[in-house]
Design a protein around this ligand. Structure first.
Ligand code: ZN
Length: 401
């Protein structure tokens, strides 16, 4: 299994940054461009560290071990240790939210799926907060979590984002990029990339639902609730229940996510729409969980987790995920079980038909693996951001002419 250690997966996708860069105030535009170029610098640093092997070996400790570092607006990771496992709250919301969020994510994986941390071997959970001044993003860098403070440095009427630790599902989302990196290794482009994004949304949402003790019907299924400031017309950055409806705002534009294959977007930017077409598998999970009823992390979550761990490969596409979740449901709950039928109905709701011929549950093949994983690296969000930065610069040059 090849792992993509080069990718950094940011929570704020290029289409949102693009809109801010085009329509924002001078301060907002300056900030978004700063975030974009910083992300490019992070990637360059990662390539260097990875090549010298400084970054690739996770610290394995066993049990729940969280370290939260404070960078005090610097950029030299990881920063000064602010809270370690078992220490009391610090009173700094970013430190304490990062600590609690990493713990809730660890607990979901450990208590529900018997997984020991991100790598399955007890990797220490490191997070850094107060990354740079007013950094508008959060990311998993292949080794640890990093959170910006959002627009706390701007005057209130100009703020778009709150601090990035504020939404528990964002923490679960980013840490799940780590799980995917160590398991299916889904390449961060096109459908495999949209599946990578979707698994992060699924488990990010499940971390939140479990912490709130909500059934599928009670949950909001919003990703990034609380992240957008009151200046923005939106409830979060994505909706799994109703993809395409999370926000509609003069500054951010309208949520572009499709909820059905008939609206699948074939595009170049955003690594082929990884944050856009993920609406389709997201909604399939939602529909499956609603069909099953009860707590979504129990049966539906178990099926999705086993599929991510054992059945998908780096090049799997939506149809593979559909077929394999169906087969896993058959394995876990029986061929023709209500659970298996729910999985089928869930994918049907987004326009993906499952070949029901084999409901047995011993289908090993995932198809689509070209075996080319070896030397390829996932470009992650930063490559798209560099392209975006170039586009924005061109735009500004054109305007000033
Ligand atoms: Zn992501």
């Amino acid at each position: 299994m090849s792992h993509q250690f080069y990718s950094i997966e940011c929570i704020i996708p290029p289409h949102i940054q693009n809109n801010i860069a085009e329509k924002g105030t001078p301060e907002q535009r300056k900030k978004v461009m700063g975030s974009i170029s910083q992300s490019a610098a992070i990637r360059a640093q990662r390539v260097l560290l990875t090549e010298t092997k400084a970054l690739v070996e996770p610290v394995t400790v066993g049990g729940k071990q969280r370290n939260i570092f404070n960078l005090n607006f610097g950029s030299n990771l990881p920063g000064i240790l602010a809270r370690s496992e078992g220490a009391p709250p610090t009173g700094d919301p970013a430190v304490d939210e990062a600590y609690e969020g990493a713990g809730a994510t660890y607990d979901l994986y450990q208590q529900e799926y018997q997984r020991e941390s991100i790598d399955g071997k007890g990797m220490r959970l490191d997070s850094t907060v107060h990354y740079m001044k007013g950094y508008d993003n959060a990311f998993w860098n292949g080794r640890q979590m990093v959170y910006g403070d959002g627009d706390e440095d701007l005057p209130e009427p100009q703020r778009i984002f709150n601090r990035f630790t504020i939404a528990l599902d964002i923490i679960g989302h980013e840490l799940t990029h780590g799980v995917t990196q160590f398991e299916a290794g889904l390449v961060y482009r096109d459908q495999s990339g949209a599946l990578n994004e979707s698994f992060s949304d699924v488990f990010g949402s499940l971390v939140k639902q479990r912490q709130r003790n909500q059934t599928a019907a009670e949950a909001d299924w919003i990703i990034g609730e609380g992240l957008l400031s009151p200046n923005i017309n939106g409830i979060g950055i994505r909706s799994m229940k109703a993809p395409g409806t999370a926000y509609n705002d003069p500054l951010l534009g309208k949520d572009p996510q499709p909820a059905h294959m008939s609206d699948y977007k074939t595009i170049d930017y955003d690594n082929g729409g990884v944050h856009i077409n993920s609406g389709i598998p997201n909604h399939a999970f939602y529909a499956t969980a609603m069909e099953m009823g009860g707590y979504a992390w129990q049966k539906a979550g178990q099926i999705w987790y086993v599929t991510l761990r054992d059945r998908l490969t780096s090049t799997s596409v939506f149809a593979d995920a559909a077929q394999q979740t169906y087969l896993v449901a058959g394995n876990l709950f029986g061929g023709g079980s209500l659970e298996q039928q729910a999985v089928r109905a869930g994918w049907q709701a987004v326009g993906i038909q499952i070949d029901a011929g084999d409901s047995g549950g011993n289908g090993g093949g995932t198809g689509g693996d070209t075996g080319s994983g070896g030397g390829t690296t996932s470009p992650g969000c930063s490559t798209a951001l560099v392209q975006l930065l170039d586009n924005v610069k061109a735009l500004i040059e054109n305007r000033s002419r």
